[in-house]
Ligand binder design. Structure first.
Ligand code: LIP
Length: 264
């Protein structure tokens, strides 16, 4: 088995175990641990506990790898492989009891920056739906055993996903962008989890997705899923505070960029 496939299977195994823990903690009641960039940017005790489990399992399986997680300080490695982890993506949904949250685990090499790393493998697990999305470089994307492919045809307009940041001062500008992009859309969905939005693009459940200000761990696994499902993913404005991520079938991806006006 190739290394990428081994990394994928390890990510999948740990994502499922971590997701089961997150689901149990949700059922027991969620406790707020802290806020981060703003009062709306929360972290729960479960976020921290789930990330610790993921970190421990990865350290046991591959002790020399690096780790970049949402809730802890980065750990450099010496193997060239870094794990990029969001223990509970969709944290606000999770805290409110909305069943749209996911464990996102990706293995990358060459860099820990989204614009220069090479994604090798990834897994996104949705505990509430018991759905496991996986991908390995060059081996395609799957939901369970089912091969995934993005939608290319949108005769009725594109079903698009998007999201908004935790800083209310950014909402007006983001809504202006949504207003422009809606000219190509049949409708809009706002799930609250970038990892699931990207997984849904890979699965053809969304035709496209765009959002500004995502963190590396929000997008690492989902972007690989879209690429391995035949879609296109771009991240522009890396030198700005809120880079723009766009994903979809090639025509949808390119049309979103054409409307927003940022070169890919
Ligand atoms: C979330 C993203 C979502 C975005 C939220 C938040 P978190 O990540 O998945 O797409 O709109 O503002 O960034 O904070 O739940 O890990």
């Amino acid at each position: 088995m190739s290394v990428d496939l081994e990394l994928r299977d390890l990510a999948a195994e740990i994502a499922r175990e971590a997701g089961d823990l997150a689901r149990r903690r949700r059922a027991e009641g969620v406790r707020l641990a802290a806020t981060k960039s703003s009062i709306a940017d929360i972290v729960t005790e479960a976020d921290r506990e789930v990330e610790a489990l993921i970190r421990d399992r990865l350290r046991s399986a591959r002790p020399g790898d690096g780790f970049l997680g949402e809730e802890t300080e980065p750990t450099p490695g010496e193997t060239g492989v870094t794990w990029v982890v969001d223990p509970i993506d969709g944290t606000v949904n999770y805290a409110y009891g909305i069943p749209m949250y996911a464990v996102s685990i990706a293995a990358v090499q060459g860099s820990t920056l989204p614009d220069s790393w090479e994604a090798l493998a990834g897994a996104v697990y949705s505990p509430a739906a018991d759905e496991l999305f996986t991908a390995a470089r060059g081996d395609g994307a799957r939901l369970g055993d089912q091969r995934l492919s993005v939608n290319e045809s949108t005769p009725a307009g594109a079903l698009l996903g998007t999201g908004f940041g935790y800083d209310p001062s950014t909402h007006d500008g983001d809504l202006a962008t949504v207003r422009r992009v809606m000219t190509m859309a049949r409708d809009l969905r706002r799930s609250g989890s970038a990892a699931l939005d990207l997984s849904y693009v890979a699965a053809g459940r969304l035709d496209g997705y765009f959002e500004r200000g995502l963190k590396p761990w929000d997008l690492a696994a989902g972007a690989l899923l879209v690429a391995e499902a035949g879609g296109r993913v771009s991240r522009t404005g890396a030198d700005t505070p809120r880079p723009l991520l766009v994903a979809g079938g090639t025509a949808v991806h390119d049309r979103i960029h054409e409307i927003i006006g940022e070169e890919t």
